[in-house]
Design a protein. Structure first.
Lengths: 281, 281, 281, 281
């Protein structure tokens, strides 16, 4: 599928959302954007821009000339960190891509401790200054490549435990997308259990049955899934909300939905996570 | 006065308007911005950026380190032309600066004819692709430097006459700011006589009398005037709306307000304006 | 072939040339770049950047994730016009792409006349301010899509005739690349007949015979051709210089090489080319 | 003095050096630039650009419209870190500015340790990913604001000691400029004692005596000093080389020149500098 089918063509596609989001915390997401895709060449490609998505001619070109069975896109509204390519999602490590819609509260206070908890051999890979990139590298530290759900439960658990120590409330808002090109994990979570919206499209045959006349939906195939912060168009029955504190795993065959329960029992000492709960250290 | 006093500090200052305008046709003005000022060095300085004003660190730096008795600032919402510095206002010619909030309808259809009407010796100075820059060079062609009001009456009159020929309705929306560093001309005009808002601040002593306790307003001096598309803060009595089809001339001594009546009686032939109504050709 | 095979991997690939050209008039070509390719999606895709090619992470990503049987790339050293995407090559019209390495002397003096000679219906497509984009639109005006060689002979002929009128010597330097995705026309020409270098790679079997051990050259196939301003690597016998005042047509089957003889016999009056030599007007 | 007098007007001014440096390790310094100055408004202003200095219209505008008795400018050739504003010099802390021409070898290997040695309360101020910004924050940690020479001796000493631990040779090349707006410290140092060039202009009366006819030099006043990596013009007697391993202090009254001897005796343990040699911890 050409990337533009989802980014540009739908009425409330991501590029429209960059200009006026209807459900987001920020109505304008004009502080850069990113696209990561699997296609030609080795591993995922990544395109990061610092201009608003709505005005970037190159994004429009790429979206209409790149086909991909799996891609992640992100529009950014900064919570204070610099508008620069190294702060744009998706972040990449090997064949993995990661996007984060949300925020770590009080990140400036915790940045040093959280970066120290990143595996030393990964430290130099943190190129930007966002909370999201540090969260990704914490998850990599805790074994994202072996067990994405377990690793993110520890990574977010560590953020929450560190926040408690600092007296920071509601530590994290985290709608997350993670993929290795084969499967995609979509997390909806927040410390306060009032998470930002996250939707997944219904199965293709259900969609076709609901809207037999709709041309756009006809090219939707059996295993296709779209995960979005807000629906791309107002079509009754097409969008299922992912529940609070849940991870959806989109994969070949039946998808899977599980509770997502961050936790961290290790000691937090001298800026280094220790203990049996962090298997990869 | 430091430029930031008007751009960044007021609650609804221009930078806030770039993110969410309350009265503008576009709620987001994130397609670049510009600042022109008179201060150190010869002639006005100009800073043009293609990023949204709200996220440009350099603009913040300049605004807090440049003092100027006269400056123009502009945030842009493109009506289709490229987001590039040569399309950012203010446009400059010698000591003159020009900003335009508005649009020329059907400009693509008329672009060739209007550019041909620009004086040949000015043609190569048109560096960008906006309607606004062409309008400025038409005004220069018609004698802006001698008689700004007369020149803009002819320039806009020519645009309107050309539009009529093409069957284009409501040819122009034009809130304009023009200055030579000494005086400023603020025009509120549209072909349909439903012009975008334009306000001027009251005289300093009136402002002081209305708000004797207000610290921010105290540094406002006798000859200071602020002209804005929408008020910088909600203060009863401080902002006077400039009437429809009117030009306000802010100058040393008493300001002046006059009707603004575009007209064009010259022939429009072979793309070249001719006849006695265009005194500078 | 992945685009990076030619842009990044060769020792003196185009990205290396952006930093230190060995044969170019300018040693640094850091004023933007562009890539146009035929692949997925309809028509050619275009990526334009204003940063130096050597430092653009997105270009590296695209080059390693886009495959194309036909592409054009260009690094720019401005001769004075703005560094902005609309001034970056390749320029595109429908399925056609166009790059120009060279300059039109005295373009500022001739810009108005040359733009007037562009077909009125194409005028609004000229988005930037370069000599190259105007040259492309002149060629389109003269029938580039039917007869590229004939159209460019007229377009360059018109430029030269206009220059003579203005007393401008050595009107044009023009190494040009034009393609419709199937065939590519490579022109080497200059008014003074001292044109910038232009090379084409030898036929694949000749290349393989010369360097039987060279891994990089082995993937080179029968119909593959590379046209470059300067050789990508120092390999004796691999690069043939395209002669002065010549157009090379790279196409399925045998390539073709022809003399290129710009001429313009039409009247140049009122800014409009007229006469039987411009068949498309 | 207008900033352009030094940046743009001299034959080999900094902007010319960005395109072709004659003495630098890199001949092209096109990976961004920065200007920091003391003038209107509180504290120093900073302008950072990611485009090459030679092509940035805004830099030209600012240089011709900002006057300053003290400023620092820098053109960048990245040694691998991202081209982004947060990586551009000068770095700023309160009223202090800092520029670094040079490199920390093996910085990726040491980045974590060196960042841990930054005072925790300063950690979140490190916004970019360069060696230079970390070096500046180490110097701030060691008391730059009280004793610039002592603090940089410790900061560089720590870098060198850390490098020894990692088996990295020739740890640092560091031509440094530091100022608080009143005085400027210019350091020429490298671990291998083969430092990049650094020059200071002679005293004004010596300059005037040498070149009584030179108009440009006449406006040079008694206390004016220019410190540069390479001379701005070829004028015999005007430029004095700052010796190896030396700091020059430009200040009101007589300037001062002292040996510069980095050292670090503290323990390097758990990534934290400890011991009596780091007075500010």
């Amino acid at each position: 599928m050409l990337v533009e089918e989802l980014l540009f063509k739908p009425k409330h596609g991501l590029v429209d959302q960059s200009l006026h989001s209807r459900m987001g915390v920020e109505t304008t997401n004009g502080d850069g954007f990113g696209l990561g895709w699997y296609g030609q060449g080795g591993g995922p490609g990544v395109y990061h821009g610092v201009a608003p998505a709505w005005g970037d001619d190159n994004l429009r070109e790429l979206a209409s000339h790149i086909e991909s069975p799996m891609f992640l896109a992100h529009v950014r509204a900064t919570t204070g960190t610099a508008i620069q390519q190294t702060n744009c999602h998706p972040f990449r490590h090997g064949k993995w891509l990661f996007v984060h819609n949300g925020v770590v509260q009080g990140f400036d206070l915790m940045r040093r401790e959280l970066m120290l908890a990143v595996a030393p051999e990964l430290f130099a890979n943190v190129k930007g200054s966002t909370d999201s990139e540090v969260l990704f590298h914490l998850a990599l530290t805790f074994g994202l490549e072996r067990d994405p759900v377990g690793a993110l439960e520890l990574a977010i658990g560590l953020v929450e435990a560190t926040a408690v120590k600092h007296g920071i409330e509601n530590a994290i808002q985290a709608s997350l997308g993670v993929t290795d090109g084969e499967r995609m994990w979509a997390f909806r979570y927040s410390t306060e259990h009032k998470s930002r919206t996250l939707f997944v499209s219904a199965e293709a045959d259900a969609v076709h049955a609901l809207y037999p006349e709709n041309e756009n939906l006809r090219r939707f195939r059996d295993e296709d899934r779209i995960v979005v912060s807000e629906p791309l168009a107002d079509l009754e029955g097409v969008w299922h909300e992912i529940p609070e504190s849940t991870v959806l795993i989109v994969q070949p065959g039946a998808d899977e939905q599980r509770p997502f329960r961050p936790h961290y029992e290790g000691a937090i000492a001298n800026g280094s996570p220790v203990g049996s709960s962090s298997p990869s250290l």
